[in-house]
Design a protein around this ligand. Structure first.
Ligand code: 13P
Length: 256
């Protein structure tokens, strides 16, 4: 059985004090959550404080990015070891906004994942997804297959135990347009099939695949009902405590 994961990607939102206030409120609201894994991904400046508040709760903390080198003259960058020292257990890698605006290629994604796996405890969340243009040209599977194959190239079966994949169609991010549950399931099924081909069925069956793109309390339930959707990676609707908690509670109910 794969665990359900509800992850909030705060992107470039919330100051340190706003992040701390959110984490304190979240802590009080999730004390009855037992089956759902919760992840929040604040900005770098808030990672340490939010981790400290959420330790010993169901919620873990993830960074939104990291560099692929262990250390050195890379002004403005943050290493895997640095985020780990702040209590992070996850890191988003290859988010479409980073691919689009910061030239994050599949090669860089692969190097970041490999670097994250040299730490003791950080699990990379590999984000993949096609643009509207690619979907309309019938290239969705081809794009996803390339991102998955190159992103995970060279990983061992043991390392794959620490990987999470998030399918986020670019056309659904921040647009209010969600993929239908059928559209999302089709790609999630394809991702699992691709993982079976590269690794094996056991790895593929264990892999958690999250859906992201305009997920909100009103549509999360039908998405989570799909057999290959194991959770959500949520942007806008994770910024408000009420809607984030509501989605965690819906996931928890469905796990029963
Ligand atoms: P929205 O939920 O705002 O569409 O963002 C999705 C996302 O990019 C999460 O990583």
């Amino acid at each position: 059985m794969r665990k359900t994961i509800i992850a909030g990607n705060w992107k470039m939102n919330k100051t340190k004090s706003e992040s701390i206030a959110f984490a304190k409120d979240l802590k009080n609201k999730i004390d009855k959550i037992e089956k759902t894994d919760v992840i929040v991904c604040p900005g770098f400046v808030s990672l340490c404080s939010v981790s400290e508040i959420l330790k010993e709760t169901r919620a873990n903390v993830g960074a939104q990015n990291m560099h692929w080198e262990p250390s050195g003259a890379y002004t403005g960058e943050v290493s895997a070891e640095m985020i780990e020292s702040c209590g992070c257990q996850y890191v988003l890698v290859g988010h479409s906004e980073r691919r689009q605006y910061f030239d994050e290629t599949d090669d860089k994604v692969n190097n970041k994942i490999k670097r994250a796996l040299t730490t003791c405890c950080i699990s990379p969340i590999l984000c993949v997804g096609e643009t509207l243009e690619q979907r309309e040209a019938g290239k969705t599977n081809k794009v996803i297959e390339k991102q998955i194959k190159q992103g995970l190239e060279g990983l061992s079966h043991a390392q794959m135990q620490r990987i999470i994949v998030a399918y986020e169609p670019v056309w659904a991010i921040g647009t209010g347009v969600t993929a239908t549950p059928e559209q999302a399931q089709e790609v999630h099924g394809f991702i699992r099939k691709t993982i079976t081909m590269i690794f094996d069925e056991q790895i593929a069956e264990k892999l958690s695949i999250l859906y992201g793109g305009s997920v909100k309390p009103s549509n999360i339930s039908e998405l989570l009902h799909q057999k290959d959707i194991d959770g959500g990676l949520i942007g806008g609707a994770s910024l408000k405590l009420d809607s984030f908690v509501e989605m965690i509670e819906i996931a928890e109910q469905l796990s029963n």
